[in-house]
Ligand binder design. Structure first.
Ligand code: SF4
Ligand code: MG
Length: 323
């Protein structure tokens, strides 16, 4: 399968009054056309900064992408000017932010917001813009889309607004779409609708999807491959099958074992104890393997040397001294 996005040794740092925060600290991964990659991690692991880095939406200062490359269709977007990047955002790489408060503007109609997303990326007549807006709204199953174009966000249900956000995300047929997980404040039905919407969008458009989440349950339902992040690094990545059947990094094992099962067992309680341990401070993470203070298998070298990434089977990579 061909690679549409190749991230190599990406580092995004923030300067703070207290020192440098290495929010993303040397991550590499590939994304293939039409697949879904889940990026999983606890809050503060660097998933959101990864998402913003891929869109080049890091606030500068205090943030800065200090090294690495992000190749979209073979072109390193870190080398583009801001105006070139503006053309690519939305048209080649899109973002669906699941924050119902900020993702739609309350003072503009739905039709207005969808057409604006199309207008800024495509030089086409107004009539065609309206037609295209209508067609993406239909694609995300907005009933009576033509009259709904005149509605304001507050006139729509939460689920409907989500679909509009999805419509904006795909309005210019991006090759890569980044979506974050449904906020926990959403009710279960709306969450399920959101996931179904993303799946539909992907099936229809064959877009490559990056799904940012802390929830392994959602990964199992949504993703083809998974990258597990811890303290700014990817500690393990592989196919969903690799990760679920043969989790190799101790952190991945702990995360997976903590997912509720039918019957609780000792292993699960143990994992919960590990995960209850302190998440490292991004300002001053532990030396060597960042996970070593919480790791049940810690060895002497773990606090001294950064573990290198090893391929344990084709496409299954682990950064841990046990391998
Ligand atoms: Fe545990 Fe060492 Fe592996 Fe880190 S490198 S996960 S501390 S065994
Ligand atoms: Mg985050």
């Amino acid at each position: 399968q061909d690679v549409v996005l190749r991230v190599n040794d990406l580092r995004t740092h923030f300067q703070t009054r207290w020192g440098t925060v290495k929010a993303v600290d040397g991550i590499s991964f590939d994304l293939r056309r039409g697949e879904t990659l889940g990026i999983v991690g606890e809050s503060g692991s660097g998933k959101s900064v990864t998402m913003l880095s891929l869109m080049r939406l890091i606030p500068i200062p205090p943030g800065r992408i200090v090294s690495g490359s992000i190749e979209l269709d073979g072109q390193d977007i870190l080398q583009l000017s801001e105006s070139e990047m503006n053309r690519i955002r939305g048209s080649k790489i899109g973002l669906i932010i699941q924050d119902p408060m900020t993702s739609l503007n309350p003072v503009f109609t739905i039709g207005n917001q969808v057409s604006e997303a199309i207008r800024i990326h495509q030089d086409i007549p107004k009539r065609s813009i309206m037609e295209q807006a209508l067609s993406v709204l239909r694609k995300v199953n907005i009933p009576a889309a033509e009259s709904r174009m005149r509605d304001y966000p507050h006139q729509m249900s939460g689920g409907m607004r989500q679909r509009v956000v999805g419509a904006i995300g795909i309005s210019c047929q991006p090759e890569v779409l980044i979506a974050d997980e449904p906020t926990t404040s959403l009710d279960v039905t709306i969450q399920a609708q959101y996931l179904a919407l993303l799946k539909d969008l992907q099936r229809d458009s064959n877009v490559a999807l990056i799904f940012i989440t802390h929830d392994f349950g959602i990964v199992a339902k949504m993703c083809d491959r998974v990258a597990v992040m811890y303290a700014g690094r990817i500690v393990e990545q592989g196919s969903v099958r690799d990760i679920f059947n043969n989790p190799s990094h101790p952190y991945t094992e702990a995360l997976l074992a903590s997912v509720p099962k039918m019957e609780d067992d000792v292993e699960r309680l143990y994992s919960i104890m590990i995960l209850a341990g302190e998440v490292p401070s991004p300002l001053n993470p532990p030396e060597g393997c960042h996970f070593h203070p919480r790791c049940p298998f810690v060895m002497d070298r773990c606090s001294l040397e950064d573990p290198q990434v090893k391929e344990v089977s084709p496409g299954h990579r682990v950064a841990c001294h046990l391998f």
